[in-house]
Design a protein around this ligand. Structure first.
Ligand code: RIB
Length: 340
């Protein structure tokens, strides 16, 4: 790789910059586990600072690898997956790998097509956000290809898995609304069959139960994790008598749709109806009102997914790891105390 001074950056330049031996840099590049974390960080920082790119051909020959990772997401237009993909790509780059991104659109057939396509391109491993629970039945996922599952719970004991604590997030958001005096709290769920949305709904129900508030089925409506679906779901909720005083949308894009619908019915957010979302996509803090939401650690999820995959490439016999990362309530302006 040539830098601005057109001098070719070598592994020795990286070693010098990081204050380690060329062998240590090579161990980091080859994702060897026998490198102390702080040393790995120093080397990765030197690689980024010098914009060093190991020769792909040399690497493939040396590692019998293509230095590519396959990534399949269910909706590449959703900012959550865009941010997750960005974190995966950044960490892959720091490990000298490139990423091939595929969008399954939540369709199992499309997902299978892309899994086979990525295998034929000889990716070193696959990071997948499954279209739904049935994704785990794809035989390739149980084959020789190293796989890390992100943002899904597809029988975690079989696959390396990293996801956010969706149940806790559902509880946190609902408890927050209850603390504001709301009892008639609606929940707009994501597509049925998705473990993330189902876990959030369980958290919602658990919070109601813990506060002695009766669960009312009519207050739970299905959305599609998209604007349009939540707009229609909110229309149903507004027809209820009395309508809810607060709405928990299972993701931010649906919170945006719900707010638009509430406003189109000449009601105010949060004065008339409070709205909380889930994800904390960048847009959330630019909305009017700024969206209160449950933030998912998607940067950490992406980084951990790549790291687990690299470690799996080094040792195929590693037991499957499962990390559930904490979520945080981000309080902004879209919720307020219930109108007495
Ligand atoms: O916004 C997309 C949603 O689908 C996110 O909440 C993510 O967790 C996935 O389940």
């Amino acid at each position: 790789m040539l830098n601005a001074g057109s001098k070719r950056i070598t592994i020795r330049d990286v070693a010098k910059k990081a204050g380690v031996s060329a062998q240590t840099v090579s161990r980091v590049l080859n994702q060897r586990p026998d490198v102390a974390p702080q040393t790995r960080e120093k080397v990765l920082q030197a690689i980024a600072d010098l914009n060093y790119r190991p020769s792909g051909i040399a690497r493939s020959l040396r590692l019998k690898s293509t230095g590519t990772i396959g990534l399949i997401v269910p909706d590449s237009s959703n900012p959550f997956f865009a941010e997750l993909g960005r974190a995966i790509e950044k960490t892959a780059f720091e490990n000298g790998c490139s990423v091939i991104l595929c969008n399954s659109d939540g369709d199992l057939e499309r997902e299978s097509f892309y899994i086979e396509a990525l295998v034929s391109k000889q990716v070193d491993g696959l990071i997948i956000v499954g279209a739904n629970r049935a994704s785990r039945k794809n035989p390739i996922l149980d084959g020789s290809l190293p796989v890390v599952v992100v943002d899904r719970d597809l029988n975690g004991e079989r696959f390396d898995t990293v996801l956010a604590d969706n149940l806790e997030g559902g509880k946190k958001g609902t408890s927050y609304l209850i603390a504001l005096g709301h009892e008639r709290i609606a929940f707009i769920a994501g597509p049925s069959g998705l473990p993330t949305s189902a876990a959030r709904l369980r958290g919602y129900r658990r919070a109601l139960e813990e506060h002695g508030i009766a669960f009312q089925k009519e207050l739970v409506v299905s959305g599609d994790f998209r604007y349009q679906g939540s707009y229609r779901a909110m229309e149903k909720l507004l027809k209820l008598t009395p309508p809810p005083t607060a709405v928990f949308a299972a993701n931010d894009m649906m919170a945006v749709g719900a707010i638009a619908c509430i406003r189109d019915h000449y009601l105010r957010v949060p004065e008339d109806i409070s709205v909380i979302g889930f994800d904390d996509i960048p847009l959330a803090s630019f909305l009017n009102p700024k969206l209160t939401t449950i933030a998912q650690p998607r940067g950490e999820m992406g980084r951990m997914a790549v790291t687990m995959l690299m470690e799996r490439l080094q040792d195929r016999n590693l037991p499957a790891r499962r990390y559930v990362l904490p979520v945080t309530l981000v309080e902004r302006e879209s919720c307020s105390r219930r109108n007495q």
